[in-house]
Design a binder for this molecule. Sequence first.
Ligand SMILES: [Zn+2]
Length: 186
Amino acid sequence: MNPSWSFRARRLSMADDLRLQRRCQALFDSLVLPTAITVSDLIKTISEQRGCSVRLVALPGFKVPGSACGVAIITDDGIVVAVERATDPTHQKHISFHELAHLLFGHRHQTVGLSDDRLNQLAPTVGVDRSRWHLVQARGNYDQVEEREAEALGTLLLARSFEPAATVTIDSPVLRGLSTVLGGRG
Ligand SMILES: [Zn+2]
């Protein structure tokens, strides 16, 4: 089991965790999403919300050991979300939804585990000079509340991508199945 799949960090109290889940469910329910949503659908929604371009790029060998496997780069010319290409399509979609969930929440966390050299390697793909990057957000430490929020909302979005029904909730059978597949047991 790839550890990046698992729902780690169970340090929140049950009450905190419940509140977090409710925040995620409320944000999810507030979105006007098509059924069987795709990553492209969500990118379009966020692009319209923010009034800027949002691009997703899949890069090989992008995983940072023990930490980030997706990055959102906010620049003067829009947002670029980079995800690992060398993984299975469902995992890649989950990473993409996780990163997009950070954008939906308006999280402002900073880079985790990406060296300056690695960021320089990303620059040609981003296509915007680094002096015009405002913020680099990397998927990483699941102990952070923001990471838990992005993971929970990202998983709801992933469930919606499989489930055409109008309602996907934290208690959705599809989500429970995903939780098992993603390692959310115990
Ligand atoms: Zn994250």
